[in-house]
Design a protein around this ligand. Structure first.
Ligand code: AMP
Ligand code: MG
Length: 318
């Protein structure tokens, strides 16, 4: 008989919730937890010996051999950077750190520090040699950060694993990065709540109904520093070096591919409603929901059938 197994863990610096339905769901869960630990060891920005840390340590010195998975993530990241004209890119860590330190000291970074740091954040600093299986960061001080794409990749890997091990239905939420396998065990679609940007965690303004899809949100409210009483959020506009200042409070992207949804939600958040809509329409994802600074909700083409509005906001189709 099929049973459902549910569990919560803390991996990749975030809460991980899994629901797995199948013949031996506990064994599937154990396999996915092992895989998540291995992916953390591969991608972590903080762990000694991770591939990210090794690349960063050898910046400006020499190329580093990568695993196949890591090469795949970096290649995909470069493709998303190109598609989004660098609104998303994985070399912004020096700027993220500058702002984190500024928060700790409660002092805004000086303009010349921002311009100096911007040079280290050039997306051209990462050189991949697919034939040799290596990557090289050209400038000393340049740093890779997979914070905006890694959880999406991990969700894809876990869903592939669930399927390969015989799960009939499953759900994984990696710190707000959701992916589903099939529909719910009762045959109905999974319902993924969309966090209201200005209200306490758990309060949704809308929901996505989905099966075999991923739902990923990027928002200013998720992580931020307070400097001189003002909030500075964690998503950087690589053109200015400042936290992005678009007309959006959050963007949710729905796609069969969670890595794509993760990268594009970050990119669209930086790009704003108009350019973000063009990006989503161009990409092969299912669609996006934009929550604007003016508290309006916009749905990209094809999203209406997947979206339910739970609060009385003006809601428009693009
Ligand atoms: P997400 O929550 O997926 O939008 O990713 C945000 C995280 O990615 C941040 O905490 C940073 O570590 C990193 N990051 C910040 N700005 C960008 C950006 N424009 N492109 C890619 N990664 C970014
Ligand atoms: Mg992201």
């Amino acid at each position: 008989m099929e049973t459902i197994f549910e569990a919560q863990d803390f991996i990749m610096n975030t809460g991980v919730e899994q629901k797995i339905c199948g013949h031996a769901p506990h064994a599937i869960y154990e396999a996915s937890v092992n895989k998540l630990h291995a992916l953390e060891q591969m991608m972590s920005f903080y762990r000694d010996g991770s591939e990210t840390t090794e690349l960063n340590r050898h910046a400006g010195k020499e190329a580093v051999k990568l695993s196949q998975d890591m090469m795949f993530v970096l290649e995909q990241a470069q493709a998303f950077a190109q598609l989004s004209e660098n609104a998303f890119h994985i070399l912004l860590a020096p700027m993220v750190q500058l702002w984190r330190n500024a928060g700790a000291e409660n002092k805004l970074p000086a303009r010349d520090e921002i311009s100096k740091t911007l040079k280290l954040c050039d997306s051209g600093n990462l050189v991949l040699d697919k034939a040799a299986g290596t990557a090289y960061l050209k400038q000393e001080g340049a740093m890779l950060d997979l914070g905006a794409i890694g959880k999406g990749f991990a969700a894809d890997v876990c869903c592939d694993l669930y399927k390969a091990l015989g799960a009939t239905s499953a759900f994984i939420n990696l710190g707000g990065n959701v992916k589903t396998l099939g529909s719910r065990p009762d045959g109905k679609p999974w319902v993924v709540g969309l966090q209201h940007p200005d209200q306490p965690r758990g309060k949704s303004y809308g929901a996505i109904l989905c099966a075999d899809q991923s739902v990923v949100t990027s928002g200013a409210y998720e992580r931020y520093q307070v400097i001189d009483g003002r909030k500075y959020h964690h998503i950087i506009d690589g053109r200015t070096g400042y936290p992005s200042a678009s007309d959006l409070k959050s963007v949710t992207v729905v796609s069969e591919n969670s890595m794509q949804a993760d990268a594009l939600s970050t990119a669209a958040f930086v790009m704003g409603l108009r350019k973000g809509t063009d990006l989503i329409d161009q990409a092969s994802c299912t669609g996006a929901v934009f929550f604007t600074a003016a508290n309006e909700v916009y749905l990209s083409k094809g999203m209406k059938q997947h979206f339910r509005l739970l609060e009385r906001f003006p809601c428009y189709e693009l």
